[in-house]
Ligand binder design. Structure first.
Ligand code: HEM
Length: 401
């Protein structure tokens, strides 16, 4: 294949909720496919379930995307959504230690205890949207505000500071909405806020993640503790805000695109859990995929990949692989089992997945209860994607009821 024939990635999609046809073609004909990235660099795209899972689980495929020979993912890469500080800039051993520590505090039990509060937040946001009247944009009214409130709750940010916190988060995540000066100012304020929050938790511990982490590292030197808390808090916010916000919009759009799905859910709430998993699997617009840099030669799908190779794992294509999922191209609300890789796999797999699932299930339940007549206010084919970001989403999800 000559350089000119190497296709550009990400591939364009026929419609907001449809996958690009290249995924199926490559799964069948070229499971390790050369691609060209926005930076002009080349990488290899993996599209089959088994290969994606193998690579994400193998520590020889590293996240050292700043290695001299690694492909640059975007024209102005700063590490992507999982890249700005936090866990992804850590090396193997350091990352393992961080994961273990945070895993001990960010438990399923903690998330379960948060559920009633997440439900109250979802009810408040949905009621506010309903009070303002139809049509409304579900992404702006519910999708974006909910995950940041959930993270505030997780970290123990007082309710009175939530709006400030949400503003700082927005400025840090937005690529275009704010000017650089505004972003720098917000960043500095946010750092100052987090330092004060950590000091307040140290003086008066609460039932939150920061207080628990502080108790666990009580012996550690003060400066290190502060760095650890700030890195963790920001890492969770960056990785847990836009991802979940976009997924709320995409999930609701997918379920309303064929309203028999919504009706099936109205008739049987036990479908809420499997429907959330199926929406995660079926998501045709998850963004870029996960890049990995190969530190040494490794065999994948019978092919030897030399050290220095950059691969991109398309979890979304893997999730539609017929070799793994029967009727992969159909959205089945009751699919079981559903071992999708929307949260990744292996040592870096999403540490917030229990929280993400709780948020998605709770939002869906609250919408079914409060707005059973919910429907898309535009044809599904007219929904438009948010372009140029690492995390895929829909620009707006106009709804009425
Ligand atoms: C639907 C929502 C979400 C999706 C689709 C998602 C997806 C992912 C994926 C694919 C990874 C793996 C990255 C890699 O392999 O390099 C990941 C990692 C991560 N996620 Fe999520 N995520 C979601 C929500 C959340 C939430 C709510 C939080 C926390 C509040 C969170 C925190 C993290 C963190 C900290 C990592 C890095 C873990 C590590 O480096 O070990 N995510 N996420």
């Amino acid at each position: 294949m000559t350089a000119e024939q190497v296709p550009y990635y990400p591939f364009p999609s026929p419609a907001a909720l449809e996958p690009p046809q290249e995924w199926a073609e490559l799964r069948d004909g070229c499971p390790i496919a050369p691609i060209r990235l926005a930076s002009g660099d080349q990488a290899l795209l993996l599209t089959r379930y088994d290969d994606v899972k193998q690579v994400l689980s193998d520590p020889r495929f590293t996240r050292q995307l700043d290695a001299p020979g690694a492909a640059r993912v975007t024209a102005n890469e700063s590490g992507g959504v999982f890249g700005s500080g936090g866990s992804s800039s850590m090396s193997g051993e350091e990352h393992r230690a961080w994961r273990q520590l945070v895993g001990k505090a960010f438990t399923a039990k903690r998330v379960m205890a948060m559920q009633p509060r997440i439900e109250a937040m979802a009810v408040e946001l949905v009621e506010r949207m309903a009070a303002e009247g139809a049509p409304a944009d579900l992404v702006g009214a519910v999708g974006f505000p909910l995950p940041v409130r959930a993270i505030c709750d997780l970290l123990g940010v007082p309710g009175s500071d939530r709006e400030k916190f949400a503003y700082w988060s927005d400025t840090m995540l937005s690529m275009t909405r704010f000017g650089q000066e505004e972003i720098d100012a917000a960043q500095a304020e946010f750092d100052g806020y987090l330092v004060a929050l950590v000091a307040a938790k140290r003086a008066e511990p609460g039932d939150d993640l920061i207080s628990e982490l502080l108790a666990m590292v009580a012996g550690l030197d003060g400066r290190l503790t502060e760095q650890l808390m700030l890195g963790t808090a920001k890492g969770l916010l960056v990785a847990g805000h836009e991802t979940t916000a976009n997924m709320i919009g995409k999930m609701v759009a997918m379920l309303l695109a064929d309203r028999t799905r919504w009706e099936a859910l109205l008739a049987d709430r036990t479908l809420v859990r499997p429907a959330v998993e199926e929406a995660l699997r079926f998501d045709a617009n998850p963004g870029f995929g996960m890049p990995r840099y190969l530190s040494e030669e490794v065999e994948v799908a019978g092919e030897r990949l030399p050290g220095g190779t950059t691969v991109i794992c398309s979890m979304a294509s893997a999730n539609r692989d017929e070799r793994q999922f029967e009727g992969a191209g159909e959205l089945r609300l009751d699919r079981s089992p559903n071992p999708h890789v929307a949260f990744g796999a292996g040592p870096h797999s999403c540490i917030g997945q229990a929280l993400a699932r709780t948020e998605l299930q709770t939002v869906l339940k609250v919408l079914l209860d409060r707005l059973p007549a919910l429907e898309l206010a535009v044809p599904a084919g007219e929904l438009w994607r948010r372009e140029g970001l690492i995390v895929g989403g829909l620009e707006r999800v106009p709804v009425r009821w």
